[in-house]
Design a binder for this molecule. Structure first.
Ligand code: DAH
Length: 344
């Protein structure tokens, strides 16, 4: 019985003296392990006379219990100490200024594209996409511009091979969508995207630029529908009170064809330097889809009709944001792009 007391006292002293979790683990093994001192006491019980066994066993159990509890207590103490030490070492100085993260800005052309998409989606249009490397067939043939047609010279083209080119206008997507519809109406689409022409770059020309095509085909679609739609668009994009004017023009894929002007948003039509005194600014080309284009794409021009338009996004962005050189959109000068910071 004295031995038990002795073992317990030793164990408690060792626990109290353990300076870190590893030392404590050693103490645990020494006293509570399978070959430990307390287990050894248990083994000794066998050699005792029967009547002494219960009291001895009970005392060993109390000893084991006491040592286990003390070990746990010390373990917690040591853990807390270790944590404090760790926190001390890894202390973070929250008064230091944070790293500034430079977040990209929305490109002005993307802003215009999204604005157009939003406003047409609001009128029930869908947004279509198509390839920038296009077949001559969709860019020209289906658009009523056969091989020897002089209108091909209106758009200097980057050819990849005689049948493949970089699309010169989003009208190529109009043709793909018409073909895809297989004569089924109604169609209400806008198709934004990049286009390419063999132009020398200057303040108003770029060999790569952006357009958005618009296309509506159905029964009884008229030029008045086109005018109402574009008037709505002009008012949304350039502010209320804009007027629209049609001037006769020519595109092989529309008949009749028009060039569309918007009343100058800078002088309200009175005449200023932006509209060169005329009070009007040209914004896009449009027209009624040519009956031959409808026919070639499997529509019956006796039963349905449609309007289409093609709008240049750079021109709209230049007007809206007062940008005087188209090259600004493509040279990625941060000083220019930062002007369109969403978080300013
Ligand atoms: N594709 C023409 C161009 O790039 C723009 C255009 C004019 C598109 C009239 C149309 C349209 O859909 O009906 O100059």
């Amino acid at each position: 019985m004295d031995k038990i007391t002795q073992v317990q006292d030793e164990a408690l002293a060792a626990i109290a003296a353990a300076a870190d979790p590893e030392e404590l683990q050693q103490v645990r093994i020494r006293y509570l392990g399978k070959k430990g001192m307390i287990q050894a006491l248990m083994a000794e019980m066998k050699s005792l006379p029967k009547e002494e066994k219960p009291a001895f066993g009970q005392k060993v159990n109390v000893c084991k219990q006491t040592v286990t509890e003390e070990l746990e207590k010390r373990q917690e103490e040591l853990n807390a100490g270790a944590l404090v030490q760790k926190m001390e070492k890894e202390k973070i100085d929250i008064t230091l200024p944070g790293d500034s993260i430079s977040i990209g800005t929305m490109h002005p052309l993307m802003m215009i594209q999204q604005e157009i998409e939003d406003l047409f989606i609001g009128m029930g249009y869908k947004v279509a996409e198509g390839p920038e490397v296009e077949q001559d067939y969709y860019n020209f043939e289906l658009a009523n511009i056969p091989k020897d047609h002089p209108a091909r010279e209106m758009q200097d083209t980057f050819y990849i091979d005689p049948n493949t080119l970089l699309r010169t206008h989003t009208t190529a997507m109009q043709m793909r969508e018409l073909e895809k519809a297989k004569g089924q109406t109604p169609i209400k689409l806008i198709c934004p995207g990049k286009v390419y022409r063999r132009d020398d770059d200057d303040a108003t020309h770029s060999h790569q630029f952006m357009q958005s095509e618009g296309l509506v085909v159905g029964e009884h679609i008229t030029l008045a529908d086109l005018k109402g739609t574009l008037e709505f668009m002009a008012n949304r994009m350039f502010g209320e009170g804009r007027q629209i004017r049609f001037r006769p023009s020519f595109f092989p894929f529309t008949e009749p064809s028009v060039e569309v002007d918007v009343s100058c948003p800078f002088c309200n039509g009175k005449g200023c330097s932006v509209c060169k005194g005329s009070g009007w600014i040209e914004i896009l080309g449009a027209g009624m889809v040519h009956p031959h284009v409808l026919e070639m794409n499997g529509f019956d021009p006796e039963k349905c009709s449609g309007f289409a338009f093609g709008i240049g996004l750079e021109r709209i962005a230049m007007l809206k944001y007062g940008i005087d050189d188209i090259r600004n959109f493509y040279i990625n000068d941060q000083r220019f792009l930062k002007n369109f910071d969403r978080f300013d």
